[in-house]
Structure formats: C-alpha cells, structure tokens
Design a protein around this ligand. Sequence first.
Ligand SMILES: [Mn+2]
Length: 635
Amino acid sequence: MSCKKTAKRACKTTAKTKAAKASAAKYPTQHEELIKWVNDFAKLTQAKDVYWCNGTKKEYTAICESMVESGAFIKLNPKKRPGCYLARSHWSDVARVENRTYISTTKQEDAGPTNNWVAPAELKATMTGLYKGCMKGRTLYVIPFSMGPIGSPISKIGVELTDSPYVVVNMIIMTRVGTKVLKQLGKDGEFIKCLHSVGAPLKPRQKDVPWPCAPLEKKYISHFPETSEIWSFGSGYGGNALLGKKCLALRIASSLARKEGWLAEHMLILKLTSPEGKVNYITAAFPSACGKTNLAMMEPRLPGWKIETIGDDIAWMKIGADGRLYAINPESGFFGVAPGTSMDSNPNAMRTITKNTIFTNCALTDDGDIWWEGMGVPAPAHAIDWQGNDWTPDTVDKDGKKVKAAHPNARFTAPAAQCPVIADEWEDPNGVPVSAFLFGGRRPTVIPLVNQAKDWTHAVFMGSAAGSETTAANLAEVGVVRRDPMAMLPFFGYNAADYMLHWLTMPLRTDVNKLPKVFFTNWFRKDEKGFMWNGFGDNIRVLKWVCERIEGKGKAVETPIGFLPTPDAIDMTGYVDPQRSASEMKKTMKELLSVDVEGWKKEIEAVAKSYEPFGSRMPYALKAKLAEIKAALEK
Ligand SMILES: [Mn+2]
C-alpha cells in the first residue's frame, strides 16, 4: 500500500469525522429521517429558528421565565405556590374541539360513523396550505418524547414540532422529554410524527399576544392512523396541542394497538392493597368528568385499605409472558380539571399541585395564588378571573348571570412524581398485572351500583353500552344518555365497531381466565333525596367486593344483567349518609343492587339503537349478547 493512498484515506476519514462532528453540533441526533423532517417543516413554516429540547430542569425553568417576560405566564407567589405559573388562554380556545378533530383514513368506513373524516390527500393539502409560513417570527421547538418509561417494551416514541412554548413546558411535565429519548431512538428508530402550530404567524416587529391561536374554522386536529401521523393546527389548548395525550396515546395508539394485538384505553390505573397486604391493580374507564382522577387518588373510608396511583387517564396494556395483561401509564403528569378539586373531593390531587404546577384558566387571587369554584375554600373577596378581568363573588354578566372566576375546564398540569400516593412501581417498564376493569358513567337511574360481567363477551357488551346521562333534571326520564362506549367516543382512532371486535378477540390471544374480571359501576344514582351513594372515599366498599370477586369469593346473585352483590355483600361498616338513617340506607342499598326490569328493557333498546349507525360492521357477538339479555329480562 502506497503512502499516498493511506494519507488519502486518512484525509477522507478526517473529513467524514469533521462532517459528523459539525452535524452533531448542529443536531443532538444522527437520525437522518428525523433531521430531514424537522428541516422540511422549518422551511415550510418559515420558522425564525429551530430549538431542540433537551428536557433538563434548567431548560424548563428558562422557557417558563421567558414566558413570564413575554406576558404568556404569570408567576404565582413563590411562598404560596413555589415553581408555579398561571396561563390564561384566549376565550375561544378553552377545550378540545371535537367537531374539528379528524380521523383521516383512505376509506371513510375505516374511520367509522363516530369520527369526522376527510381523505388524507385532501386534508394534507389543506393543512399544508395552512402550515405554509405559519411560524414566521416564531421559534420551532423540537420535542422528542416517550410515552411510557423510556425503553419499556410497551412505550412509544414521538416527536412533536411546535411553535408554542406553552406546549413545550406542558409536554415536559406530561411526557418524558429530551436527549435521553433521542438516545433511545438512535440513528434509525421509529417515531410518531406530530406537527403542531398555533397558527398565528408574526409580522416583523408585530407584538405577540399572550395566547396566540387561529379562529375555529381554521383549527384542525388531524390523525392519519395509516401512517401514524398527527397534524394539529390553530389551537394551543390541552388535548388539541399536547399531542402525546389524546392524539397519540389514545387515537393513534388505539389504531396501533389493534394492529399489534394490545389495548390503548381511556383508563386510570390504581393499586389497591387490602388490610392483609394483598395487592390488586385495577383500571377504570369512565367518561370525562366522572371522577377518574378522584378514584385513582382516593383516600379509602374503610380502615386498613390503601389506594396508590399509577395513572389517572390512560392505560396501555399488553399481554405478558405469563398470559396476564400488563398496564403502563404512558404519561408522566396529570392534566386535571381544576374546578371541583378540593381537599374533600381529592386531597391527594390538592397535595400534588402545591408546587411546580402550571395552571391554565384558573382565577388569580390578590396574594398571587390561584382559586376556582369548588376548591373548598371561601371565594376571595377580589380576584382576577380567567379572562383577566376584575372579579368579586357578586360579579354578574350583562344578563345578570353570575360570572365564574375560573373557566369550568380550567386545568392543572402537575408532575405525577409529586403525587403523595404515587405507587413505587408507577414507572416499572414491565407494567403492572391488571386484575379488574371497571366501566362506568354518570347514570342517575336504572344502572346498579356495581354489576359483574358474566363472561368476556358480556364484558365487551358492558363497555359498549357505557355512557353518561346529560341531564338529571327529570328523574322519570330514562335514556337521555350520551353513549360513550368504553369512554372512548372522542378518542377512537378507527371504526368503533372494529374496536369492539378487537376487544372481542382478546381471548384468542391468551387464556380468558387470565384476563381481568370486568365490572360496571355507577356512583351517581339519584332518588328524591339526592345521590343514593356517597361516592368518593366510600367507593372503596365497592372495590372491596370487586377484590373478593377476583378471588372467586364475594356474595353475588346471578341476574339477567350480570352478577349483582347480595344486599349484605357490600361492607357498610362506618358508612354515614347524613340524609339517611341506617335502616333507610339498607333500603337504598337494596334498590341500588336490584334489577329495574322496566328500566333495563328501555336501556337495552337504547343500546341497540346506538349500534345502528355501525350496521353490519358491529360484531354479531354483541348483538347476540344484547338479544340474550333482552330475552332473559322478558322471562
Ligand atoms: Mn381523559
């Protein structure tokens, strides 16, 4: 080998190393597909600059402080709420926008009748038009994030590109963000592409507003399950913008879960320890505003029982080597509804949000703290409401209606690790083995306190029939129910009938006896005296029976609708309802645990009606189960 040749090769190697070093300096990753995708989007949106998030505490604080400077955040009194900030959204950008949310599949029937649909090519053309130049004057942030513990076989990696620093700091709390995720991704790992812009480009020297966003008709929350992509435009709020949560962890994940044979569900995960030290992991799917976060952090009102939290909103579950179903919480924070959260309804949530929390659309008190309706402390004599206006308890609008200080959908974003009852194993990459699923909803009539499914098909039937009564104004009126199958109605990433079929096939993947036992609960029954059941900490009494049933004990009667506890099966030791004497409560329990045959006949009809839009795509097994229950009720 000639000297010359060697020198040439060495020179080439040096040049290569230099280029690699230069690119390493410019990008914190060598993932070429990722780098190209980021650069292409920066070019399309004409972002002022590109910033790659590293996920450090220092970065989080720096972005929060820069938002204080720009007027997007208000720093709360560090003596009252250390490390906490308040954001106020635009009045029009306060919640998920379901009518602007799309599941974009090649064929409309694959999105199903519960989803808005536009064909991918058309939707992408429209949105590319909107993205063009949409980040002028703004920084494009690259957020590499992991849903689930980094490296867990159940976890998924996503990358969100956004021009919203509010999204960045919320994502840092809600997911695992930064360099460690890029490291896990390596040079060619798979990731879910998530695009987001608030859709409010800045002209040169134009002053920014505290909450930039686009008008409703320009908002799009789009999902492309066939290519696992999320494109969001025009909103800066919660589920519209923090794309790891509902968009990825439920809509895209449910679609992936079907392809890959697992479950992505709108479920809390709790750890329940009995006085004897027996541990059960239970997940529960309730529609929004039915107390998932409260149940996940509950303080039991039966001595010796302990509840610890794994997750409060989403569960990803895979069958483990032993055939059981293992669950992880893909998130690392809580994005909870603030109004109604108090030391009474959820003391552990209140303890979680004492520090390092971002509050959105809560009221600001004169001493630099936050307040909301239902906080369990007296209203301040004066505050600044969620729209930035002066507020007193007597403030009324032009129609004389009382003005709320906090928006009803005001939120807190808090690190899960700060929850005083977070379970030690909440970040176990293998997940926790689930012994029971609960379904439920807000049902003032007919539906019993708790009801156990007879078999797996019955379990899926129960989930398919879930829903919440929209109004309890008229107790005699049955059926004003918004059906919310599996509490997934706003979150199905594909045809909900196919989703039911996917659930029905779970026993083909493992021994059906190893699947969780399934129950339907209802904490919200009412009679003329009001709520028939206390709920909250007293729900432990129902969970105790659930644990007994898991073990094959627990007294129950078989009825046409499922296994109901015998009236004495629920442990009522120390139960107090100030409205009902002990003997009255006995009668109430009997009612809560019996079959209202006439009500159920109507319920069955209503469920059948809810299947109709799916036509022949709704699995026959569910229709057969419905017919079976109907026949049993008529006997
Ligand atoms: Mn939710």
